[in-house]
Ligand binder design. Structure first.
Ligand SMILES: O=C(O)C(=O)C[C@H](O)C(=O)CO
Ligand SMILES: [Zn+2]
Length: 282
């Protein structure tokens, strides 16, 4: 099984504003989360969010001792909670006392105290791709599967401004109880390419984006940085971006695409955003 665990340190914006493009990529872009039969994890010091891509083939994959070691616990969710969305074929998640069948674009929330977690693909020729986020927790909330139809659906943007999109809130206070994790998905309409416009920051929470369904040879130009000093990352299919609390997080693709956003930090108020006047973006 090919697996990796890497650590990303927090960066002050004064440092990020002196970085070359490749240094920005090293610090804020995750190029490979999904590898066949493996689990790849990135532990970021921004709100200690853990991003993991699990893609089982024939054998089940467990999040075992190596993950527990990274968080300094006896097991991964000893003092953490976890959310996931499957962006691949049908998959199965087994926990201490339950089995969840997770279809394409379905989500699962697992609470603090869940000891054993393993992942399988229902059909190894169409492997599941579990995109997982885990954050520190202070209370144990029950596990809950959230199918796409159960997520809150918001229709945003306009074709005239090339940002018509549908946003789905899966792990959100009106859907499922969590300690600090928020998680959802945004899908651009064909012909629309801009996400998250007007841009915003939220100094109270960090955010991560996993871009997917980016066609081969297409890419997303993801804008990051303070609004008055943005830089960019060229992002390909199934790559993730770590967005610090001080950073805008928005982008334009060379075609339509989808992405999973997740947040951890001081509040769970999705609407807590500091919008940036368009004229202030530099
Ligand atoms: O399309 C959007 O707008 C988003 O997906 C916004 C993100 O969810 C976000 O940045 C929430 O803070
Ligand atoms: Zn945001």
């Amino acid at each position: 099984m090919q697996s990796s665990i890497t650590v990303r340190h927090a960066v002050h914006y004064t440092q990020s504003e002196t970085m070359t493009g490749s240094a920005l990529r090293e610090n804020f872009l995750i190029e490979e989360l999904f590898s066949a039969g493996g689990a790849n994890a990135v532990y970021t010091h921004y709100d200690r969010l853990l991003l993991i891509g699990v893609m089982p083939d024939r054998a089940a994959i467990s999040l075992g001792e190596d993950m527990a070691r990274v968080v300094g616990g006896e097991f991964l969710l000893e003092r953490r909670e976890l959310g996931l969305i499957n962006i691949g074929g049908p998959g199965i998640v087994r926990t201490d006392d339950a089995v969840f069948e997770i279809g394409f674009q379905d989500a699962l929330y697992l609470g603090m105290g869940t000891r054993s977690i393993s992942f399988e693909s229902a059909d190894p020729s169409a492997p599941a791709k579990f995109y997982i986020n885990s954050a520190p927790a202070h209370a144990a909330f029950p596990a809950r599967q959230i199918r796409k139809a159960e997520a809150i659906e918001l229709n945003l943007g306009d074709g005239q401004t090339s940002n018509k999109r549908t946003l789905y809130q899966y792990i959100h206070p009106d859907v499922v109880e969590s300690c600090q994790l928020l998680m959802g998905m945004t899908r651009l309409e064909p012909g629309s390419v801009w996400n998250t416009m007007p841009a915003h920051t939220h100094d109270r929470r960090m955010e991560a984006y996993l871009y997917f369904e980016v066609p081969k040879d297409a890419f997303v130009v993801h804008l990051m940085g303070r609004p008055e000093a943005t830089g960019h990352l060229i992002v390909r299919d199934e790559q993730a971006v770590i967005s610090p609390p001080w950073s805008v997080h928005c982008g334009a693709g060379t075609s339509a695409y989808a992405f999973i956003w997740s947040m951890a930090g001081d509040n769970k108020s999705f609407k807590d955003m500091d919008f940036v006047p368009m004229g202030d973006i530099r």
